[in-house]
Design a protein around this ligand. Structure first.
Ligand code: HSE
Length: 337
């Protein structure tokens, strides 16, 4: 299975390490060997049609700042579009950062790949939040798969839980914590009185925050995930403009203290019921959504099984890379069938 990796930041590099360390396991358990034939970062590409040595790609990235600086396989200035158009591969991994203004460059990468009938696996929320129905249609028209488990819940299989475990059931509403960075910040503010700015810096150092952390703080990241969730699991046709959004920027120490006195914690909660909204809410201690750190938790109210809650790490390079790995295995299985 040949793959092109577009974006070689936290997620891409962690995926490279995972793929290197799991070569034998993937062959033994799933009977295949994923070969990354190209890696693209902002300065250019590194290409080997036989499959790249990912340890070498990681070393070049770390020592020289870009994979394109590999003396033999590097192509300085070659961009993602050229690579997607020109390098033979079945699947494109689109792992560039979320840019909500226009979804670019991820949106164009995904469209080009689908038009070329390549399967796409993405962790980039913006293209989906902006253009999910048309991308799904484009994928189906070109008989290509479009997978995006890592866009919601990081490594926690929130979308897969619905897709694979609730067949025949119906989701009536969703309520949850979908952003690890704000959960981390609110937890630090409540438990150790850390100011919001300092807690955000910690979350950035730990690799949880978005490249533009205002997406986390102002609720946009949660809103994108709600849009993806609502479209892909609830049959809703909503986009970002339908989401009522209030982030945590105005949450004060006093608010946190007042919630504590009432036996609650403030959490940034995303809800899909009659409408779609994001806002800070006080959640009582002991409630399934009252979880700390970078955890995500999503409660589904279902038609046949009442309320079901999925909890797990929602951010982090390794965790999100694990979602890409799940999607790679899914694509492989679909191709084998
Ligand atoms: N910045 C996001 C978060 C990363 O904190 O949840 C995962 O989507």
């Amino acid at each position: 299975m040949r793959l092109i990796m577009v974006g070689f930041g936290t997620i891409g590099q962690n995926l490279a390490r995972i793929l290197e360390s799991k070569k034998k396991q993937l062959l033994r358990e799933f009977g295949f060997h994923p070969r990354i034939v190209a890696v693209v970062d902002t300065a250019g590409a590194m290409i080997n049609p036989e499959g790249l040595d990912l340890n070498r790609a990681l070393a070049v990235k770390q020592t020289k700042g870009s994979v394109a600086k590999d003396p033999e396989l590097g192509r300085l200035g070659m961009d993602a579009q050229e690579v997607i158009e020109g390098v033979e591969a079945e699947t494109v991994l689109e792992l560039t950062p979320t840019r909500i203004v226009d979804g670019e460059p991820g949106l164009s990468h995904i469209k080009t790949a689908l038009r070329r009938r390549r399967h796409v696996i993405t962790t980039n929320k913006a293209p989906l939040a902006i253009a999910m129905p048309s991308l799904m249609e484009m994928a189906s028209y070109n008989k290509a798969l479009l997978k995006f488990s890592g866009t919601v819940g990081g490594g926690t299989p929130i979308l897969d839980f619905v897709r694979k475990c609730l067949n025949g059931n119906r989701i009536e509403s969703v309520r949850g914590i979908l952003n690890g960075t704000t959960n981390y910040i609110l937890t630090r503010m409540a438990e150790s009185d850390t100011p919001m700015d300092a807690a955000l810096k910690e979350a950035q150092v730990l690799g949880y925050a978005e490249a533009d952390p205002s997406y986390d703080i102002d609720g946009m990241d949660t809103a994108c995930k709600l849009v993806i969730l609502a479209n892909s699991t609830m049959g809703r046709e909503v986009s970002l403009k339908d989401v009522e959004i209030k982030g945590i920027r105005e949450v004060t120490r006093e608010d946190i203290e007042a919630a504590r006195k009432k036996g609650s914690r403030i959490k940034l909660i995303g809800t899909v019921d009659g409408g779609v909204s994001v806002r800070p809410e006080a959640v009582p201690l002991g409630h399934p959504l009252c979880i700390g750190g970078t955890l995500n938790a999503v409660s589904f109210r279902t038609e046949l099984t009442g309320e079901l809650t999925v909890v797990g790490k929602g951010a982090g390079g390794v965790e999100t890379a694990s979602a890409v790995l799940r999607d790679i295995v899914d694509v492989r299985r679909a191709l084998a069938q």
